[in-house]
Write a new protein. Structure first.
Length: 368
């Protein structure tokens, strides 16, 4: 966004904001300083491996791989992109381990566990422990966070946990069900008690937009110990899209002003999607440019909001996925990576993506 000097100074990208959140958390106490040193080493070493892999292989290597180890969930939230996608045929522990090892070697910096509810697969805690060269972002609804799990998150030291909360009690429970808000706050309390690196994640809808970007809500999250907050604008996808939740352009601009104002005054790092991802050029970073999504069934997708795929990591691994003709075709058409109405450009152009994918599959079928 262009504007005043203050606006420009606070209009940072996701990477810069993420590093700022690491630094802010790591410098708040002597016991956290080793965490900060190790995080800096991970960033530096991953960057070296990534540059080398791109030079040798001649393919783009994303900074972040979003991975849904399961699409199952103990909630049934309205508007969730994972709703209705099923839990059968999920990647096994061996397959997950192989994928993460490959990402580590290629120089991917972070694995973002999403879903579904990733804590339904508790083996992820052991997998993360074995891969300390990677950073992990773990998004959870908080309902399955126990004192033991909070302690393990804290002890691992290379994980940022984001707990989903939708604003007021009624906002969270309208989406996630009775008791969900209380369980989310309890999870935040446990993470703080055990000294984990954590924050909150909000899906911003028309009904909760002004509240979650208010000083009162952010102050509450700071008081609960959050070091970072992620605002993600609702995208009407999945089995039950709710068009009434979509934010219009006027409210979107207002929210941006509010978030930038909160950044200047609150002791917490706030990240806003899609603004901080798309930047001034309004270009999505997905489809393998800086990120991509791998479903619980191994499907290589441009992003979590668009379950369209031509490849599976079970057939050739991550390198084959990064060479995907489908993802390359998307990257060659920048108009598909620009948004106007929705928070996700690829969702906005989904019919084009489906036609492209069908064409690629047709060519392969004809050649076989």
């Amino acid at each position: 966004m262009r504007g005043s000097k203050n606006t420009e100074r606070n209009d940072k990208g996701v990477g810069a904001l993420f590093y700022a959140s690491l630094f802010r958390w790591g410098t708040r106490g002597v016991r956290r300083f080793p965490f900060l040193i190790k995080a800096g080493w991970r960033i530096w070493s991953a960057s070296r491996r990534r540059r080398r892999a791109m030079r040798i292989l001649g393919i783009p290597v994303p900074y972040v791989v979003a991975l849904s180890p399961t699409m199952s969930c103990n909630y049934n939230c309205m508007g969730c992109y994972a709703r209705g996608r099923g839990g059968e045929g999920e990647l096994t522990v061996v397959e997950l381990e192989r994928l993460i090892e490959e990402a580590e070697k290629l120089g991917v910096f972070a694995i973002l566990f999403t879903g579904g509810e990733p804590l339904l697969r508790t083996e992820l805690l052991d997998i993360m422990k074995r891969h300390r060269r990677l950073f992990f972002v773990f998004i959870t609804n908080g309902s399955l966070v126990t004192p033991e799990i909070a302690g393990r998150f804290a002890s691992l030291g290379h994980i940022m946990v984001l707990v989903s909360v939708e604003g007021r009690v009624e906002d969270t429970e309208a989406c996630r069900g009775p008791g969900s808000h209380e369980r989310a706050l309890r999870a935040l309390g446990l993470l703080r008690e055990h000294g984990a690196f954590f924050g909150f994640a909000v899906t911003v809808r028309r009904s909760n937009a002004r509240f979650v970007t208010s000083e009162g809500f952010v102050d509450e999250m700071v008081a609960l110990g959050c070091s970072v907050g992620y605002f993600t604008e609702y995208v009407p996808c999945g089995d039950d899209p709710v068009d009434e939740w979509v934010i219009d352009s006027g409210l979107r601009d207002e929210l941006r002003r509010r978030v930038l104002g909160l950044r200047r005054t609150k002791p917490i790092i706030l990240v806003q999607f899609p603004h901080d991802e798309y930047g001034e050029e309004n270009i999505c970073t997905a489809a393998g440019r800086y990120s991509l999504h791998i479903s619980s069934h191994g499907e290589i997708e441009p992003c979590p909001f668009v379950p369209v795929s031509c490849e599976n990591i079970r057939e050739g691994g991550l390198i084959t996925a990064l060479r995907s003709p489908f993802l390359e075709a998307i990257r060659r058409r920048p108009e598909l990576l620009r948004r106007s109405r929705y928070a996700c450009a690829l969702h906005e152009h989904r019919s084009d993506l489906e036609a492209m994918a069908a064409g690629i599959r047709g060519i392969r079928k004809g050649a076989s």
